[in-house]
Structures are given as C-alpha cells and as structure tokens.
Ligand binder design. Sequence first.
Ligand code: ZN
Length: 103
Amino acid sequence: MNHIKKNDKVKIMRGKDRGKEGKVLQVMPLLGKVVVEGLNLRFKHRKPRRTGEKGERIQFPAPIDISNVMLICPNCSKPTKVGFEGKKREKMRKCKKCNNNFK
Ligand SMILES: [Zn+2]
C-alpha cells in the first residue's frame, strides 16, 4: 500500500513548484512518482502529421518524485507524514499530525 493515492491532495516540497498544492492524477509505484494536476508542467511537441498541418505544443504535468511531495491530511488540512494502522484488508492511513485515520 502506498502512502499516497490517486485523488489525494499533495503539497510539492521541492523544485520550481515548491509550496504549491494539487490533486494526484496518477501514482506510478514502480517509478516512485506521482502526477499532480496542473503542477510540474512541461511541454511536449507534436510534429505535424500531414503536410500543411502545424506542429503542436502540448502542456502536460510531468511526474514528480514521490519523496518531493507531502500528503495533505483530509482531516487537518496540513501537509503530513503518513503512518499505517490496522490489518491488511482494513488498513487505514494515519496522519502523524492530528492522529486521525483515513482511507
Ligand atoms: Zn491530520
């Protein structure tokens, strides 16, 4: 189980978007990265497919190292470290700031 999940709110702790908050769109557990809505934006260039067509610049949020983001607790709204509580099936995440559990 990951300490950060899709649709979580996170705060960026490092890099050019440090201090900004956003919603997790995608978690990539194997790479240890997350994609956060509207943050760490990069441009992708798409070449024209047909003659006469223009190339496009597409803006997209690039994956961010999971270690560079902190979960924002749904209970106390503070960026926090997460612990785990309970057995495998009913495992809950636990905010280390307010000690509340959440899924
Ligand atoms: Zn909390």
